[in-house]
Design a protein around this ligand. Sequence first.
Ligand code: ADP
Ligand code: ADP
Ligand code: ZN
Length: 217
Amino acid sequence: MQVVFLGLPGAGKGTQAANITEDFGIPHIATGDMFRSAIAAETALGKEVRGYLDAGLLVPDELTIRVVSDRLQASDAKQGFLLDGFPRTQPQAVALDRILADLERPLTHVLYLEVAEEELLRRLTGRRVCKQCGASYHSKFNPPHVDNVCDRCGGELSTRPDDEPQAVAVRLRENMQRTEELVSFYTARGLLAKIDGEQPIGHVYDEIRWILRGERV
Ligand code: ADP
Ligand code: ADP
Ligand code: ZN
């Protein structure tokens, strides 16, 4: 099962990915998480991408494609994967096709989580993420059991610098048009499953599970 998760920042991709990887046993490959780990570890990649992430701008295609291509060669991706946050541009989508053709593992599903802009703003400004495992919470919509403590690993929660209002506005602008183009691209290929991402978290996941099990087309 080779799955791409499409959706604007804040649509709920990371939240749902945690359930999917557990139930379907495929690795969650999230370019944003990979870039943030590189920044935290102060690697050469981290130094190169930091400015883009802080500002909410997209990392250049060439660099992003190289990172994903390397990651998809790893042995844990041989049985399938969930790609979250990639592709985000048309050249990335074209590159992904080429990489997967070489690996002889074409995409099987593209899940598109649709959420209106006002709701995205509410979600991003209240988002809290675990510093240790990256799990996503929301101060009102999805709070942890104990204030500021991750339910999954006990890590401390923090606010992402790019969830500050100014970077959020840039990110939405960067991604809206491009996401629509990708939705058209994958619809034309018959791969797209559109999901109403404004439902409660559990309902969204029920739909995802049906789709991935082939019980909803
Ligand atoms: P969100 O989940 O809020 O959409 P991500 O964690 O996916 O955010 O991405 C955070 C940042 O990482 C983006 O704003 C961008 O700077 C960079 N990034 C992630 N994926 C890509 C990509 N496919 N192409 C270019 N930049 C990316
Ligand atoms: P993405 O990875 O697409 O950027 P996240 O999974 O990090 O999005 O979710 C963004 C924010 O919205 C988080 O604060 C999360 O707790 C919250 N959230 C996710 N799904 C829902 C939902 N269905 N209803 C309300 N809030 C949600
Ligand atoms: Zn955690």
